[in-house]
Design a protein around this ligand. Structure first.
Ligand code: XIL
Length: 542
């Protein structure tokens, strides 16, 4: 039996120049037959490829699950190929045992994909072949396996597996997994990407930013900064929010060890193209490394005066380091004009309306005011400081928000603005949204929509496709929401993701491969929701 050609290289350029022979084999449940080569697939130019999966394992398992009985996956800090984490796959007793991630909503049937991953074996294991496999489960019939890349992995170093393969037409759920050909050693996985070709960005539709004076923002990750996603971004938006690159866990994964690389990557693009940046975020109960809340000896911080001082010092040091870095890198051209200082502080179930997070436990209810004071002192007078929260349209959360703002104002805390995340759905009552916007306006603060997306499915609903009638309903919902925004004085309107594949809702609160909450579809083409956005602004698609 022959094996597919292998490419063990490091760069995308090499990747597109050297084509892999790929194989399509259908295997029975014994998963025994290995691959046999077929014709080489042709690969589109690099700029036409869009990254539809990027797993860095810096934020946990990122949706990867164990494959096979007894297999466990865990996010491991050491060793990593890059960044804070990698994925450890252990408890394997068969070669096909491994780890898998769902790709159902994001693969493009009938198109060539490129897959790349860094792999390594567990401590002490002998060298062994590892492969990346795309699997289609048509439900009922035998699954189809596409072996995309294979290479020899070792325990001593990371090896990149990279390959291209056409994804065939046909229905079914798709997933990508890592397995071996024989060995049952532990596997480590890091920096996995899947790319697919993307049609050209439409130039015959109105640029959204040209249809309004209100700045339009979008959350972006590294995969949005090049090629066609970058074209789409620059065509329609004039502000960005780094989706994860400015979160504490990214910027300061361990105390004193700052990593500004991911943040610089995003901000450099903003600076080069004259986009403003909304910073996200300083104080949050998520995406904040545990060390923030632990004493040097590992003991959890308490509300003692000493521990309070330590946590406030850490917040100040964190904020100052970012401010210093921005000043040094961009000087007067710093693109960051606003910040979510405190994110998701509300919990209407609590008597005081505040979430009892670790920040709250250590610092008490005044932590919100303290955070704004520190932010003002360290970030300077020109940056707009936001209190950001979700579901602010819900009456109990609206009441908690208004109460918190009044308390902050009474305490003299320098809060400038309220951010409404606006993760809503087709059932959201636009009148309630409008009531909240008017209530906040009445407090004399600025406000913005910071993270708009309009889900077409319920949080525990399993769609098996993206129904066109829901996309039409989404158009109307987006139109009505944006009309409500446009009638009020908003500092900006921000969307949480550039196109559907990139939405966090594909993985939250569970895998939702056919969720489509954004304005552009998986092919970066304008959806009915885009038309709705334009209609809400008072324009037309042109
Ligand atoms: C989400 C990102 O989109 C994901 O990539 C990440 O894995 C988790 O966080 N509210 C927020 C954002 O304030 O930071 C969240 O972003 C979405 C919900």
């Amino acid at each position: 039996m022959r094996r597919p050609a292998l490419l063990i290289g490091t760069g995308a350029v090499v990747l597109v120049l050297v084509l892999l022979a790929v194989v399509l084999v259908t295997r029975g449940d014994d998963r025994s037959p290995g691959p046999t080569p077929t014709a080489a697939a042709s690969t589109p130019p690099a700029e036409a490829m869009t990254t539809v999966l990027s797993s860095t394992f810096d934020e946990g398992d990122e949706g990867w699950a164990p494959l096979g009985d007894g297999v466990q996956v865990s996010d491991a800090q050491d060793p990593t190929h890059d960044g804070a984490g990698s994925l450890l796959v252990s408890g394997r007793s068969e070669a096909w045992h491994g780890a898998a991630v769902d790709l159902s909503g994001s693969v493009a049937r009938g198109q060539v994909h490129t897959v790349s991953a860094w792999v390594r074996l567990g401590e002490g294991a002998g060298d062994a072949d590892v492969q990346l496999t795309l699997e289609r489960d048509p439900g009922g019939d035998d699954p189809l396996y596409v072996h995309v890349a294979r290479g020899t992995a070792t325990a001593g170093d990371w090896v990149e597996l990279v390959g291209t393969a056409p994804v065939p037409e046909g229905d079914g759920e798709w997933r990508l997994y890592v397995e071996t050909t024989e060995s049952t050693a532990d596997l480590r996985l890091d920096d996995v990407t899947v790319q697919r070709p993307t049609p050209e960005v439409q130039t015959d539709v109105t640029a959204l930013k040209d249809a309004t004076d209100v700045p339009l923002g979008v959350a972006v990750g590294p995969q949005d900064l090049t090629g066609r996603p970058a074209e789409l971004l620059l065509r329609h938006f004039d502000q960005i929010t780094p989706e994860n690159a400015m979160k504490p866990v990214t910027v300061q994964p361990t105390e004193g060890a700052f990593d500004f690389g991911p943040m610089d990557e995003v901000l450099d693009v903003a600076a080069a193209h004259g986009l403003t940046v909304h910073g996200h975020t300083l104080v949050w109960h998520r995406s904040t490394p545990d060390w923030f809340f632990e004493a040097p000896d590992g003991r959890p911080l308490t509300d003692s005066a000493e521990d309070r001082a330590l946590l406030l010092d850490r917040l100040r040091a964190h904020t100052r380091a970012i401010a210093d870095h921005l000043a040094q890198r961009y000087g007067d051209a710093d693109p960051v004009t606003s910040w979510d200082v405190v994110n998701e502080a509300l919990d209407p179930e609590q008597p005081d309306g505040l979430r009892h997070s670790r920040w709250y436990e250590v610092l008490g209810p005044d932590y919100v005011a303290e955070a704004f004071r520190i932010a003002r002192e360290e970030l300077g007078p020109d940056v707009t400081l936001y209190l950001n929260d979700y579901d602010t349209d819900a009456p109990d959360r609206r009441r908690a928000l208004v109460r918190l703002v009044l308390d902050l104002q009474a305490a003299g805390a320098p809060v400038d603005a309220v951010g409404h995340q606006m993760h809503v759905d087709l059932g959201t009552d636009v009148d309630r949204v409008a009531t909240t916007l008017d209530a906040v306006a009445g407090l004399g603060l600025r406000q913005a929509v910071t993270e708009l997306d309009v889900a077409i499915s319920g949080r525990d609903e399993q769609l098996d496709r993206t129904p066109p009638d829901r996309l039409d309903a989404q158009r109307g919902q987006v139109r009505d929401l944006v009309a409500a925004f446009a009638q009020r004085d908003l500092a900006f309107i921000g969307v949480w993701g550039l196109y559907d594949t990139r939405s966090w809702l594909r993985a939250w609160p569970q895998e939702r491969p056919y969720e489509a909450p954004l304005l552009f579809d998986d092919d970066l083409q304008a959806k009915p929701a885009y038309e709705g956005f334009l209609e809400g602004l008072g324009g037309s698609a042109g």
